[in-house]
Design a protein around this ligand. Structure first.
Ligand SMILES: Cc1cc2nc3c(=O)[nH]c(=O)nc-3n(C[C@H](O)[C@H](O)[C@H](O)COP(=O)(O)O)c2cc1C
Length: 211
């Protein structure tokens, strides 16, 4: 056993703290109302390889219930939003290195509370195109999109990818990849999980290599 010299324990604790602060930030937007549902299962598989090496912050759309954009246009004249409930998420978006969106498909789209969060990125769109700020969010991020669909065709996943690509374009974020779990509403959903899980893990490892 190594016995640290006097004072070294304190220094070590300091180093650990500094390391923790240096860890890359993974910001997860969780769009399912079910904490233990299929979306949570897919997300957990994605996060496994990143746990410990990164700091993971989760915004659960149904728990936060962020107000929808009210198109007040304050952001067209000033670089801010009139509604303060998004302020901490704004800070997390700016600090994040990776953004993960984990969501089920609802009516070929995002569940309403998550759609509200996506619509609140209008402030960055206005900053870019009304205020002329080239990069409203300075730090570049990679994104992973994880989607569960009840149907086997999973048309909704493609629509969600298009929606997110648009919103990501104004927060300096590029989609690194997607993992889709189709057919969750069918018995065969259990079989397709293995494929989706592998895609999620591979995507996480690919992103980790880029950090
Ligand atoms: C309101 C509602 C709308 C849905 N619409 C679709 C849809 O358009 N396409 C689809 O493939 N699945 C649809 N589903 C099925 C869910 O996407 C699927 O069951 C998903 O795995 C649920 O995720 P969870 O287990 O995290 O709740 C819908 C489910 C609900 C509750």
């Amino acid at each position: 056993m190594i016995v640290p010299a006097k004072g070294v324990v304190g220094l070590h604790a300091e180093a650990v703290r500094e390391n923790a602060e240096e860890r890359k930030l993974v910001l997860v937007f969780f769009g399912s109302p079910n904490r233990d549902g299929t979306t949570a299962k897919l997300l957990n598989e994605f996060l496994k390889p990143l746990e410990g090496n990164t700091r993971i912050e989760t915004v659960s759309a149904y728990e936060r219930n962020i107000a929808p954009c009210i198109a007040c246009n304050v952001c067209v004249g000033e670089e801010r939003c009139s509604q303060p409930d998004f302020d901490d998420i704004d800070a997390l978006i700016r600090a994040a290195d990776v953004i993960v969106v984990a969501t089920p498909v609802y009516n070929l789209s995002l569940p309403a509370p998550l759609k509200a969060i996506v619509d609140r990125t209008q402030r960055y769109f206005a900053a870019r195109f009304s205020l002329g700020i080239r990069n409203p969010v300075e730090k570049h991020k990679l994104a992973a999109v994880l989607v569960t669909c009840g149907s086997k065709d999973c048309e909704g996943a493609q629509i969600i990818a298009r929606q997110l690509k648009l919103a990501f374009s104004v927060i300096n974020t590029s989609i690194a990849g997607m993992a889709v779990w189709p057919g969750t509403d069918f018995d065969e959903g259990r079989e397709t999980f293995e494929k989706a899980r592998n895609s999620a893990r591979e995507l996480a490892l690919a992103i980790e290599c880029e950090l």
